[in-house]
Design a protein around this ligand. Sequence first.
Ligand code: ADP
Ligand code: MG
Length: 548
Amino acid sequence: MANGKIGVTTENIFPIIKKFLYSDHEIFLREVISNAVDATQKLKALASVNEFTGELGDLTIRIALDETAKTITISDSGIGMTEEEIEKYINQIAFSGAEEFMAKYKTDNGIIGHFGLGFYSAFMVSKKVEIVTHSFKEGATALRWSCDGSPDYTIEPAEREARGTDIILHIDDDSIEFAEKTRIEGLLKKYCRYLTIPIAFGKEQDWKDGKYEDTDKDQIINNPNPIWSLKPADLKEEDYMEFYHELYPMAEDALFSIHLNVDYPFNLTGILYFPKLKNNLEVQKNRIQLYCRQVYVTDNVEGIVPEFLTLLHGVIDSPDIPLNVSRSYLQSDSNVKKISSHITKKVADRLQEIFKNDRPQFEQKWDDLKIFMEYGMLSDEKFYERAEKFFLFKNTDGKYFTIEEYATLIKPTQEDKNKKLVYLYTTNREQQFTYIEKAQNKGYDVLMMDGQLDAHFVNQMESKLPDARFVRVDSDVVERLIPKEDLAETKLTKEQQEELRPVFVCHAPEKTNFTVMFENLSETDAPVLITQSEFMRRMKDMAQMGGG
Ligand code: ADP
Ligand code: MG
């Protein structure tokens, strides 16, 4: 029997672990289980090069909860550890890493929540941790390592015939919530759902003699082959939608999916979805789940995917994203920047492909897609360049045009004296109905611009298209901008007009910037029109939006 001291210079490492990792202490289970997965994968790797020639057998990792004893046991059939390996991998970490670790944690608090502490994170929730392990190596015997959170540990011989490791966590009184079945189930579902080795928690149950009874069949909680790890060629559209609903059970069908599969200059797989968005954009942001080799890491992908794509849903899996570091580091990491611009390109390519190959489908989904497109085009210059080829304008007749097609359509009728194209638009079809009708009667086309981002987008289009001028359909400049000969004369005399004008002006929301018109209206038009200055209205809108 060997007794040892963990050479931590400060009294005790464990109070520090508990204190500084408190906000994220639930990750302990992920850490301990992913070590079990690693141990199993190592064994498989050794078998594949004939360094392990025994039977692999059943490699299922089993999680057992003893609600009375308040213990969680994680058992694997992986490589196990010899005494030297325990010394090196378990004891040394605390020994050599402690000082550096503590220095780090005191100076950079920000990194803690995302720092995988590995094995020692078990002490965030445990008053005692035991390892019972039996190495696969010739002649190895079973050992028990035990540590109660003081600087001491013990190693002694143990009983374990089979190769592999049990990690036994004695849950601390102040973490007793983790000794509950539903809590464990929740954690397994969140962190371990797609681990690469089957994970069993309890047994499947059968309805027998009026009650549920355990069968002898393991209840497997994970899917080791999620569809993002499969080849796109082997998958159908239904598979993508099914997976979408597995990830977001409450969501409506997504609009499109994009399968990411990159192996150069970095490794990244994943599936992104364009969701159907509801009005409140903020709450729907950052729903993409980030994995590292199928281990769940976070659903905060800020800094990893471009800002406008944080509205997408789905999963991204990459061993190359440095996960154990702070967010500010992540944002400056050159790999992460490459990943981000690659994702932008992929998303644009996929949309362009659908536009080219299936324009009816693209148009049919456009109303929902538009907000992503505008958000992307407003916030990302690269995306704008790609997207301008398939951004669609929709007019009041519900017809869709590319930017180029639309310019061609309105050129003959909507060019002003300065050879600028006048894009008429409405922000509210019901309220501006009279104006729309009037414009249409004159043979003009009117665009729908009633989306959440349209006001900004109109400004952007004006700066991007040098020959364009956007004018709301109820603006006073419409008549002056687009010359037309066949205008109807008003039946009112000049005097009558002057007399009537104040009557209408006093109904306008403000006295200024409104013009009352009786002339230039055709037979079918309303007898009078009140219009507002486009410039003044936009100034006001921008001021209301907080400077735009
Ligand atoms: P990391 O997983 O990043 O190496 P950990 O602190 O999680 O760091 O684990 C430390 C080491 O302990 C592992 O690298 C491994 O060698 C050993 N280890 C932990 N759990 C097991 C296990 N279940 N089976 C075999 N070895 C293990
Ligand atoms: Mg680990």
